[in-house]
Design a protein around this ligand. Structure first.
Ligand code: COA
Length: 178
């Protein structure tokens, strides 16, 4: 039986990282992420303008978690408990048995292999525990760091663009290629 119930939050541990549930105490870090022009450069989303926007976002994320429609982790360095970024699985599709992955790191934590380490664990969880068969990533065609990460994770770039928008490419990872 597929378990997509997050009543007991799935904390994930890697060599350097603890992936834990987001809490209201993270609002300053979430604001830093969602208001940063460099981070937002290739993301199609509403930019956070005030700390309240970050609080609203965290509440929404935790509502979605309670409804078991997505799961969102704060990526923290285990040794210092420092917040580095976030990673999530969302847009669950029962028909295709697929989900989408999203991720972002604060600038100071980029270039250290943190996202690859976090994403490998989340992918393992998506396939082995949540029993998805396909993970999708949609990334802007100029977002080279994201594309480089996806290729390292052996995602395959599709010729298709997202909803016909030539600016966004679709990458997929299927369980059989793992
Ligand atoms: C996409 C994003 C998370 C990628 O971050 P990143 O730092 O390049 O990815 P990683 O954390 O996996 O780090 C990889 C880099 O760390 C380097 N590195 C340093 N120490 C390392 C270690 N111990 N292990 C592995 N890699 C290490 C790698 O060589 C690599 O550098 P390179 O890309 O110059 O070759 C980041 O650019 C980001 O947050 N962008 C804004 C949000 C965004 O666009 N999200 C995508 C939505 S689709």
């Amino acid at each position: 039986m597929t378990s997509r119930n997050f009543t007991c939050f799935p904390v994930l541990i890697t060599e350097r990282l603890t992936l834990r549930q987001l809490s209201i105490d993270d609002h300053q870090d979430i604001f830093a992420l969602r208001s940063d022009n460099e981070i937002n450069k290739y993301l199609d989303r509403r930019v956070a303008r005030t700390p309240e926007d970050a609080i609203d976002f965290i509440n929404k994320i935790n509502d979605n978690l309670r409804e078991n429609v997505s799961v969102y982790w704060a990526i923290t360095l285990t040794e210092t408990r420092t917040f580095a970024g976030t990673i999530c699985l969302y847009d669950f599709s029962t028909g295709h048995n697929s989900c989408e992955i999203g991720y972002e790191l604060l600038p100071d934590f980029q270039g250290r292999g943190i996202m690859k380490e976090a994403a490998e664990k989340v992918i393992e969880y998506a396939f082995q525990t949540l029993r998805f068969q396909k993970i999708i990533a949609i990334t802007h065609r100029d977002n080279q760091r994201s594309a480089r990460l996806l290729r390292k994770l052996i995602f395959i770039s599709s010729k298709e663009t997202f909803e016909g928008n030539p600016d966004f490419y679709i990458f997929t990872l299927t369980e059989s290629t793992q």
